[in-house]
Design a protein around this ligand. Structure first.
Ligand SMILES: Nc1ncnc2c1ncn2[C@@H]1O[C@H](COP(=O)(O)OP(=O)(O)O)[C@@H](O)[C@H]1O
Ligand SMILES: [Mg+2]
Length: 305
């Protein structure tokens, strides 16, 4: 299955959350590919702690592949190449976890018909090799989003199941922006229908993930004054109403990732050790990530295919 990770804005938590979802699925035994189609900011390796590729690979990565310079993009075996001390030995029962990085110095580029065909070739090949392919897309209504919509509407891809996760933070601007990315005139649904997708099927394949959401009830925030607590509650409720009014209410939310102090400091994978042994991460964060990872392939969380 293909899972596209999109967001209208940058800094939503899209890459960090989707890398953690990929990690969780690999831990659970799936073979997982993480494809960095965030062309303008090829930084996925930083989350996986892969040295030397923090700003894209120095070898020929996805930019070179899509431009036709090579036939096989560079791949990074995360279990083998990560510097994260706990990940370096591949956990028992885990599946492969492979990162397809962009080129160092690569930027956004207009994707033509040839790039689209290469993209379809790659996704088909990966779909044969991996259980889950997580594709991180450049923010906004980007060329990457467009290519994903065209590729999944392509006749050669008809049999390949796909889903979309749209990430946003829990603020007014982010809620409105995420709703716009999906529902507005040039949004994913309209754009997808123009490229040959069935509207209902595409709508059914899109879910939202609220990232870095402060929980007024959590110990992190409960030390504030009663006035602050009441204000946060009211704000939270207002945001819920706003989201519902914009068509991104609870019924289309796949999950909520709490605000995690570690992730505010450092983009990284959250491990069980971070919660149980060193206790630097919150249990709620890991549980939320595990739950969303499970829900990715739980049909009851998704609309009619
Ligand atoms: N649940 C979270 N709690 C706190 N900070 C987070 C959370 N998720 C992500 N972040 C942080 O927010 C910043 C932006 O996240 P990132 O995944 O790079 O966003 P995007 O890919 O949408 O641009 C990063 O510094 C990241 O570590
Ligand atoms: Mg990112």
């Amino acid at each position: 299955m293909l899972v596209f990770a999109a967001s209208d804005k940058g800094g939503t938590g899209r890459s960090v959350t989707s890398a953690n979802l990929a990690y969780q699925r690999a831990l659970a035994g799936d073979h997982v590919a993480y494809v960095d189609f965030d062309f303008g900011s090829p930084t996925a390796a930083a989350v996986f702690d892969v040295p030397g590729a923090m700003r894209g690979t120095e070898e020929q990565g996805l930019h070179s592949y899509l431009e036709g310079a090579i036939t096989e993009p560079a791949r990074i075996d995360v279990w083998r190449q990560t510097e994260h001390p706990l990940l370096r030995s591949r956990p028992n029962q885990s599946g492969r976890l492979v990162l397809f990085p962009g080129d160092a110095g690569g930027g956004e580029f207009v994707t033509d018909e040839h790039a689209l065909e290469r993209c379809v070739d790659l996704l088909l090949r990966l779909n044969g090799e991996y259980d889950l392919i997580m594709v991180d897309l450049s923010a906004g209504r980007s060329y990457a989003v467009d290519m994903a919509l065209k590729a999944t509407a392509h006749p050669r891809m008809r049999h390949v199941p796909f889903r979309w996760l749209v990430f946003h933070r829990w603020t007014r601007q982010h809620v409105i922006a995420a709703a716009g990315l999906v529902h507005k005139d040039h949004g994913i649904i309209k754009g997808g229908v123009d490229r040959g997708h069935d509207k209902e099927a595409l709508e059914g394949a899109i879910r939202f993930v609220r990232a870095a959401v402060p929980d007024p009830e959590s110990p992190l925030w409960s030390h504030g004054t009663p006035a602050q607590a009441a204000w946060m509650q009211a704000c939270d409720e207002a945001l819920r109403r706003l989201a519902a009014d914009h068509g991104i209410g609870d019924s289309v939310v796949l999950g909520v990732v709490p605000l995690e102090p570690i992730l505010q400091w450092r983009e990284q994978l959250i491990t069980e050790e971070d919660v149980l042994a060193t206790q630097i991460a919150n249990k709620e964060t890991l549980e939320a990530l595990e739950e969303i990872a499970r829900s990715l392939t739980d049909d009851s969380c998704w609309g009619r295919p």
